[in-house]
Design a protein around this ligand. Structure first.
Ligand code: ADP
Ligand code: MG
Ligand code: MG
Length: 898
């Protein structure tokens, strides 16, 4: 079995299709070198080896790959004309992680490996560049110390132990930048670094390059199971057995002086999707310097540099002199880079995010991947690539990530409120959106208040979880490609970076701007589209959807087969959903109408009535209100099917539980308080969710079903008279036996016929049932003989199949998820394995007796991408979801059909 794959100089074993085995980074390094892009040579240890490592342990695995690794190192040596561990002509390498999907910064990388006290001297002599050699050495100890030897900050208020030493020295020497260190400073740093390592770990810093190499390889494998990576995997649902690959690659040096540098670039704007090449770089820098924001990065293009200067309020002269773009500073390198970005985008047919390094006037590409982007950028890029004929319609649809459409539907700041707002500072518009929240300074405190804004000097991969919780992210340092910016765009979260005017004090938990001090818990607002930081709360409003959004939706509808309806309980919801493209209503919950203040009284009177007569009286009062509701909904959904569910929740939910309200009710109804209390007590159930609810209500109190049917049918006839086409579908909830359904069906039909006679007019309507009790799925063939349609109520079906009470699951579900007993919350993501069997079986059995039975789903799952795809495969006619999920479901429906 081959465990190590080489790349570089066109001699490559892998290609971009091998992401599962080589990881994204490794596969793309191989692909790039095979199409002639200059990539430093190296090799990839496969993800399989990571899995083997987790099973068999370090010794066995090293034994397994030792020979291949040694041969591959000598292969690099012969390419580079240098030699690993040779003190006169040393080869240094980077050891880089790389899983099959990109997990930016979640795992670890070590640069300049192979260094020791002798090699540094040799490198200095060979390159005739002492500062470079010592800078590389101090970087190596710092990274190796952190990644392999576990030298981390002691607490969250502390900084990295190596950074601390550097800060001290800078202070002592009165300098600000790491490029200002003298050779002696760098030598002192190396000495001090090694000293701290010895003090903290009890061991000398390893000097043998091979020992260093194996240490780093194992550390990268371990980083796959590090906290950050595990958290990232969990929020994205990536399984633990994927593993990470390890890439070992010849170093190229961006820190050799003013003719060297390093940078990050994007083929299009990852925030807006605009087709402009953009990125940032630093002269005389290495590796993560740009992303970590150690200095203010400069822009790649002249245009970008001018835009940046405007935002950063830098005068044109100052800009051109001190922050020139790469295009201005190194025109021929820029031209070459521009050529590669175009080539790579065409090759991968998607927006690329690339890393590059310039070593003494020569350009090297170190990474490319499909770039992370905001929802808005995702939509624009897909539409533009289609228009540019780089991709076809199907590819455009598949380029979209359904869940990210959600971002486009989120509120934006109300422009009139913005005008009145007080802008306290401005930073870079790193990720668009509107966010309002209370200030917190630490990622692990992001849930301290309901809405928080995470305010940091800069963020690091450890902060991921907190960034995900916070409503927005604000950093004082870092550019558009900083960690905060890249991660925020990936999350679709509002972010402002590099707001240099902010002074953040972690110890006092304060944020100071021009003498004004803000504290933890103070409200601020971020406008991620302009970079404005605003004091206090700012009102928001619904966003306007872009033309590109409509275009991709139209495209989706062209390929979708399964329809998408919405769950809507009011004309307002119905209207919103229709504007998002809902093709009907799959669930109207009638009980929601009863909870409104003026109606709950009539409802309570109905419940408290002791006789059928009394109940009918109260229902009379409810009838016109319900009828008006239905008229409103039917009108909004003109021409489309509307499924209305009969009363479902246990009556106990409607009666008053507080003494004051009970008294009020007693007075209103002219009965004793005791009578009210008795009724409330009588309705109490041990297991309300398994109790007197659903069709069990309509079957014990048929007059409720009668009233609701009357409201539906009369509303439809009223509208018909006004020329509005309505297609009502009456849905009986919680059916478990055929007889339960039949009894309800008879009441509905009899009532409808009575109305038809009264009005001397008719209307077409369907009567169907929800399949949400497991027994209904088992008896589906018999039920389908009577029912016109099925709608899977997967919330209850999940509850009853697992036997998890939804109202009590909060006590154990989080623990189950943490321990891995459950992979995902089955109330969020349909359990295809178990509950899915009932859905499949129910559909198949139903259609065995009624081949054209209409089948849909109306649980929360109807808007969750993997569940929607499952529904399509099951052969459903439609899914129904909340209005804001409608575009997502429409897109998934199309993707599933392609
Ligand atoms: P991540 O996955 O966190 O981006 P990388 O493995 O890409 O980590 O490496 C971190 C940084 O080091 C990047 O800026 C990358 O370009 C740089 N780097 C990695 N390998 C080399 C190398 N062989 N020569 C020069 N720079 C390198
Ligand atoms: Mg990288
Ligand atoms: Mg239900």
């Amino acid at each position: 079995k081959k465990r190590v794959y080489r790349f570089g100089n066109k001699a490559t074993d892998g290609n971009s299709k091998m992401k599962n085995l080589l990881g994204g980074k490794g596969a793309n390094l191989a692909e790039m070198s095979s199409i002639g892009i200059p990539v430093p040579p190296g090799f990839t240890i496969t993800t399989d080896v990571c899995t083997e490592y987790n099973l068999l342990g370090q010794e066995t695995v090293i034994e397994m790959i030792k020979e291949e690794v040694e041969e591959s190192i000598s292969n690099i040596e012969s390419f580079m004309g240098t030699s690993f561990g040779d003190k006169n002509n040393p080869l240094l390498v980077s050891v880089r992680s790389g899983a099959r999907v990109s997990m930016p910064g979640m795992m670890d990388t070590v640069l300049n490996l192979g260094m020791n006290d002798e090699v540094v001297e040799g490198l200095a002599k060979k390159t005739n560049n002492e500062p470079f050699a010592w800078d590389s050495y101090r970087r190596f100890i710092q990274m190796y110390g952190g990644v392999v030897l576990g030298m981390k900050p002691a607490s969250k208020e502390d900084i990295d132990p190596f950074e601390e030493i550097m800060e001290h020295l800078k202070e002592k020497r009165g300098i600000h930048l790491d490029t200002e260190f003298t050779i002696q400073d760098l030598k002192d740093l190396v000495y001090d670094f090694k000293d701290t390592v010895k003090k903290r770990t009890g061991h000398d810093f390893p000097t043998n390059p091979w020992e260093q190499l194996w240490g780093a390889i194992i550390a990268v494998f371990n980083s796959w199971n590090g906290d950050r990576a595990v958290y990232y995997r969990n929020i994205h649902g990536y399984p633990a057995n994927w593993g990470t690959a390890v890439n070992v690659q010849a170093m190229v040096y961006g820190n050799m002086g003013d003719n060297s540098g390093t940078g990050v670039c994007f083929t299009r704007d990852a925030g807006t999707g605009e087709n402009v090449f953009n990125g940032e770089y630093l002269i005389n820098a290495q590796g993560e310097d740009v992303v970590a924001g150690v200095r203010t990065p400069q822009q790649i293009t002249k245009l970008g540099s001018e835009r940046w200067a405007e935002l950063a309020k830098v005068e044109e002269d100052d800009r051109a002199a001190n922050y020139p773009s790469l295009q201005e500073l190194m025109p021929s390198i820029f031209k070459e880079l521009d050529y590669y970005q175009g080539t790579l985008e065409k090759h991968y047919r998607d927006m690329q995010d690339m890393e590059f390094t310039i070593q003494d006037g020569k350009l090297w590409i170190l990474q490319t991947r499909n770039g992370k982007r905001t929802g808005a950028a995702m939509v624009k890029i897909a539409v533009d690539l289609l228009k540019e004929k780089m991709i076809d319609e199907k590819e455009a649809i598949l380029l979209l990530e359904a869940n990210k459409l959600d971002e486009l539907l989120h509120p934006i700041f109300d422009p009139s409120a913005l005008k009145r707002s007080h802008v306290i500072a401005q930073g870079l518009p790193a990720s668009p959106g509107a966010a309002t929240g209370k200030i917190v300074f630490f990622a692990d405190e992001a849930n301290k208040y309901k809405n928080t804004i995470l305010v940091r000097i800069e963020t690091s991969p450890e902060d991921l979880e907190g960034m995900n919780i916070a409503k927005g992210i604000l950093t004082a340092r870092g550019g558009m490609t900083s960690h905060a910016a890249v991660v925020a765009r990936g999350m679709g979260k509002c972010c402002i970076s590099g707001a240099g005017a902010l002074k953040i004090n972690y110890k006092n938990r304060t944020l100071t701007v021009d003498d004004h001090e803000y504290h933890e818990g103070d409200w601020i607002s971020l406008n991620g589209s302009t970079g404005n930081i605003i004091e206090g709360k700012v009102a928001t409003m619904e966003p306007e959807l872009s033309g590109e959004f409509a275009e991709v939706m139209k495209l989706a509808d062209k390929y979708a087969i399964m329809k998408v309806r919405t769950n809507a309980d009011s004309p307002k919801d119905a209207k919103v959903a229709r504007s998002f493209g809902a093709q009907g209503i799959g669930l109207t919950r009638t009980e929601h109408m009863f909870f409104e203040v003026d109606r709950i009284k009539a409802m309570r009177e109905m419940i408290l009535a002791d006789t059928v007569k009394g109940r009918k009286q109260a229902l009379e009062d409810l009838l016109p209100m319900q009828r008006a509701d239905f008229e409103g909904i039917f009108k909004e959904m003109e021409g489309l099917s509307v499924t209305i569910r009969l009363l479902d929740p246990p009556l106990h939910e409607f009666v008053p539980h507080q003494l004051a309200t009970q008294k009020e009710l007693a007075e209103d109804m002219h009965i004793s308080l005791q009578a009210v209390k008795n009724k409330v007590a009588e309705l109490e159930e041990f297991n309300p969710m398994l109790g007197h609810r659903g069709c069990r209500l309509g079957n014990t109190y048929p007059e409720i079903t009668e009233m609701q049917t009357r409201a539906i049918i009369e509303a439809a006839i009223n509208l018909k008279e006004r020329g509005v086409v309505c297609k009502p579908e009456i849905m009986v909830p919680l059916v478990g036996t055929v007889k339960e359904f039949e009894t309800q069906e008879q009441i509905i039909r009899a009532t409808a016929n009575k109305i038809f006679e009264e009005r001397n007019d008719t209307i077409e309507f369907l009567i169907g049932t929800m399949i949400e009790v497991p027994r209904a799925a088992l008896m589906a063939d018999l039920i389908a003989e009577k029912a016109d349609f099925f709608s899977f109520g997967t919330n209850d079906l999940t509850q009853m199949t697992f036997g998890y009470s939804r109202d009590d699951a909060g006590k154990f579900l989080p623990i189950y998820l943490k321990k891995g007993i459950l992979k995902v919350d089955p109330f969020e993501v349909l359990d295809q394995e178990g509950v899915g069997q009932l859905v499949k079986m129910g559909t198949e059995r139903g259609r065995s007796t009624k081949p054209n039975l209409k089948v849909g789903i109306c649980g929360e799952h109807g808007g969750e991408p993997s569940s929607v795809e499952f529904c399509y495969k099951t052969g459903m006619d439609y899914v129904s979801c909340s209005p804001y999920r409608v575009p997502i479901a429409r897109l998934v429906s199309a993707q599933a059909a392609i």
